[in-house]
Design a protein around this ligand. Structure first.
Ligand SMILES: Nc1ncnc2c1ncn2[C@@H]1O[C@H](COP(=O)(O)OP(=O)(O)O)[C@@H](O)[C@H]1O
Ligand SMILES: [Mg+2]
Length: 353
């Protein structure tokens, strides 16, 4: 659907040369929701603007729906762009026009007559849940409602792709969540392909099928979100995941707790991580029954990513050393990742001293 190959974008800013995007390759499949996450200045907006050639890359190729956009004549490019909608952080509505006029604006030159246009706008406003706001002005709407209008406007020409540049960054958490729900619904109902830029990993976690992590114009890693969340390879990715899940912070608090330190002296502490449905409860029962060890769950955290549970547990094993080792081996063969936390603990014990 979208194929970016070897994209560079270089700006010449007075006497400074800024390489905003470096050597980026990205493939977005039809019907996918793809997140691009990174801190401010990473090059996210510049990269996404190359998808509709609002920004021409210095090098590389942009293929959308099998068309090489860089080779299109102006008229064909305008046609191709109509199939790529875009929304922004600050909505970019025309303040002096009604909601109707804002949504109808991209239908100029569409060949629809007045009645057909009115029907199309009504359908779009219904789709985003704002039917009753047709005659209102932007200033009479909340931030979330304004973004819904912007979404309706972006969908006016029935695009295949919607680009979202920090579309929820100006919204409170509850409104953010309702806009993400709407985007998910549009993806499912219309098969809309969505590329969403954000600096918030929680947005990616709640909405996206895949994610790319960007820094200094480069994509550091990319892939299905379950893979990225369970096996991040880059430090930056871990940092983003941590802000979305708070797992490391909570783990640190638990590890520093005297009760945890005590359990560590009596047995073996381990972090169990798993991906998949309901594996741990039966596994832990098996350990107790068949391996004759005691398993104390000190802390547990389960994320649901793309309907797949991703669990992290901190447990203390007590019992015979050999039996504990057998139990750990059994967990590993059952697909549970088992990591020792003794090194982490030493860190916290030293801190306390
Ligand atoms: N039109 C431009 N001229 C010069 N530099 C730019 C321009 N647009 C973006 N940049 C620079 O490119 C880099 C990436 O910017 P941007 O794509 O906006 O990042 P992000 O969206 O991740 O915050 C920044 O250093 C920014 O200052
Ligand atoms: Mg940006």
């Amino acid at each position: 659907m979208i194929t970016l190959r070897d994209i560079d974008v270089v700006f010449h800013d007075e006497d400074r040369v800024v390489t905003a995007v470096k050597d980026v390759n990205l493939d977005v499949e039809k019907g996918e929701i793809y997140g691009i996450v990174g801190y401010s200045g990473a090059g996210k907006s510049t990269l996404v603007r190359t998808i509709n050639l609002l920004q021409r890359p210095t090098n590389g190729s942009v293929l959308v729906n099998g068309q090489d956009l860089m080779t299109l004549k102006p008229h064909s490019l305008r046609q191709a762009r109509k199939k790529i909608g875009m929304i922004f952080q600050h909505f970019n509505l025309m303040e002096s026009r009604t909601i109707f006029d804002n949504v109808a604006y991209p239908l100029k030159g569409s060949g629809l007559n007045k009645k057909e246009k009115a029907a199309k706008v009504a359908e779009l406003l219904d789709l985003v849940g704002l039917k009753e706001k047709t005659d209102a002005y932007p200033k009479q709407l909340s931030g979330g409602q304004k973004q819904r209008v912007a979404i309706a406007r972006a969908l006016a020409n029935d695009p295949d792709i919607l680009l979202c540049d920090e579309a929820t960054s100006a919204l409170d958490p509850k409104t953010t969540s309702s806009i993400l729900d709407l985007l998910r619904e549009l993806n499912e109902k219309l098969g809309l392909t969505i590329v969403i830029i954000t600096h918030e990993m929680s947005v990616v976690k709640d909405l996206c099928h895949k994610v790319a992590v960007m820094e200094d114009g480069r994509i550091l890693e990319q892939g299905p979100i379950v893979d990225i969340f369970t096996e991040p390879t880059e430090h930056l990715t871990k940092e983003f995941i941590d802000t979305a899940t708070h797992f490391d912070q909570e783990m640190a608090m638990v590890l520093a707790h005297p009760e945890t330190q005590k359990l560590n002296r009596e047995g073996i502490l381990a972090r169990l991580s798993y991906v998949g449905v309901g594996t741990t409860q039966p596994l832990i029962s098996t350990l107790v029954r068949d391996f004759d060890v005691t398993v104390n769950i000190i802390y547990g955290h389960v994320e649901i990513l793309q309907n797949i549970p991703v669990g992290n547990l901190l447990v203390a094993f007590t019992g015979d050393q050999k039996k504990i080792q057998d139990a750990i081996d059994y967990l590993r063969t059952s697909g549970v990742k088992v990591d020792s936390v003794s090194e982490l603990l030493e860190e916290y014990v030293t801190k306390e001293d």
